[in-house]
Design a protein around this ligand. Structure first.
Ligand SMILES: Cc1ncc(COP(=O)(O)O)c(C=O)c1O
Length: 389
């Protein structure tokens, strides 16, 4: 019976995406906690706060009404509110008809890729970079093309690097993120403009992941919509609005593609959870709380940037935004998974090995998320410093 089942239930080749190594760190941390150890969690990129109070109050009030499907692209009032945010944040006039509300930015990627690409198309992504870009592309039958970035280009893909790959074998798309995960680095406005213009002139569609907008400390993050109406923008309520579990995000879609996104979402999801849409709309009114949480990240970032070098961890990519530090630990180890495991067991600090984000060079890197409480940041600095002594 088992043999028959094994033959019958062969997973598809396209589903053979790598696991997220950080989840092994999460599991190991949980085991230590079950033994009574207190672990400082800096491994998962997740804000500590729940959701803005305005969002929770609106969700509570909505619970007594019937929560039906909404329009596929989202409630009209929410789409209008998101469009207004572009005027407030960037001085941009975005037509609400271009907004598609999605189930987190994760669903936005699936919709964007299905909308823009044919099976087999090659899509460039930065290394280091957020692993699901590569893995969603693979699962959907596209070919992710990793482009290694380095300090010389502020850890971002340049037009030149993109064209060099395009000449070897044509690319159909490129995913950019600023601020980026895992590095926290940002692209300057001219660098983003150069990349988008070069890509579009070469017939390469740009997908701009702007999920960490609002969490930009070094300089203001540029919005791809200012540069081109043809870029597909992905955003989310998960990070700046700290609503990860509400699973809600949005896209800004070029007018020529919005009906395609709508048709796909009609079939893939019908609509996005209504309660989350109601809460998300109200989250925009939680400005004071959003600002306070952001200020907390800025403080945490300063604590780590000042404290970790004193303890021996002194090589980081520029921590411009988001809530990550990407540290080069090659002085100590070239096996970041083993290093993270030892740091967890011996210092009680959980971090993500870089191999999740950059399969080769990530062996020398570690990502630390500073979205936790301020006291924990001080404690992490102390624990890591004592451990590295
Ligand atoms: C760069 C980046 N993009 C997208 C996501 C997905 O977020 P969500 O689906 O919660 O919007 C994450 C989550 O960590 C991320 O770091």
């Amino acid at each position: 019976m088992l043999e028959r089942a094994k033959r019958l239930l062969q997973p598809s080749a396209r589903s053979a995406v790598p696991p997220f190594m950080v989840m092994d760190v999460v599991a190991a941390a949980a085991r230590l906690e079950a033994q009574g150890r207190r672990i400082i969690h800096m491994e998962v990129g997740q804000p500590a706060a729940g959701a803005p109070k305005t969002a929770i109050d609106a969700a509570r009030a909505a619970l007594s009404s019937p929560l039906r499907y909404t329009e596929t692209l989202g409630m009209a009032s929410l789409r209008r509110r998101i469009a207004r945010a572009y005027a407030e944040w960037h001085g941009l006039d975005i037509d609400p008809a271009r907004i598609a509300v999605t189930t987190g930015s994760s669903a936005g990627f699936i919709l964007a890729f299905l909308t823009a690409f044919e099976p087999g198309d090659r899509v460039a992504v930065a290394l280091p970079g957020y692993p699901p870009y590569r893995h969603i592309l693979t699962a959907l039958g596209y070919e992710p093309v990793g482009i290694e970035t380095d300090a010389a280009t502020r850890w971002s893909i340049t037009g030149g690097a993109l064209l060099a790959r395009h000449r070897i074998s044509p690319l159909k798309g490129v995913v950019v993120a600023s601020p980026a995960n895992p590095s926290g680095t940002m692209m300057t406005a001219p660098a983003l403009a150069e990349l988008i213009r070069t890509a579009e002139d070469a017939g390469i569609i740009v997908i701009s992941d702007e999920i960490y907008h609002g969490l930009d400390y070094a300089f203001a993050a540029e919005c791809a919509a200012r540069i081109s109406p043809d870029a597909i923008i992905i955003n989310s309520f998960s990070k700046y609005f700290f609503m990860t579990g509400w699973r809600i995000g949005w896209m800004v879609v070029p007018p020529l593609l919005i009906r395609t996104v709508e048709r796909l979402q009609q079939n893939l999801a019908i609509s996005v959870p209504t309660l989350s849409q109601i809460a998300a709309e109200a989250a925009f009114d939680g400005r004071a709380e959003l600002d306070e949480v952001r200020r907390g990240y800025e403080t945490n970032r300063r604590i780590l940037l000042e404290g970790l070098p004193r303890g021996g961890l002194d090589s980081f990519l520029p921590a411009d935004g988001a809530f990550y530090l990407y540290a080069n630990v090659s002085r100590f180890s070239t096996d970041s998974f083993a290093f993270a495991t030892r740091m967890l067991e011996e210092a009680g600090v959980a971090a993500t090995p870089g191999v999740d984000f950059d399969p080769m060079r990530g062996k020398s890197c570690l990502r630390l998320c500073y979205a936790g409480a301020r006291e924990e940041m001080h404690e992490a600095v102390e624990r890591i410093g004592n451990w590295l002594k």
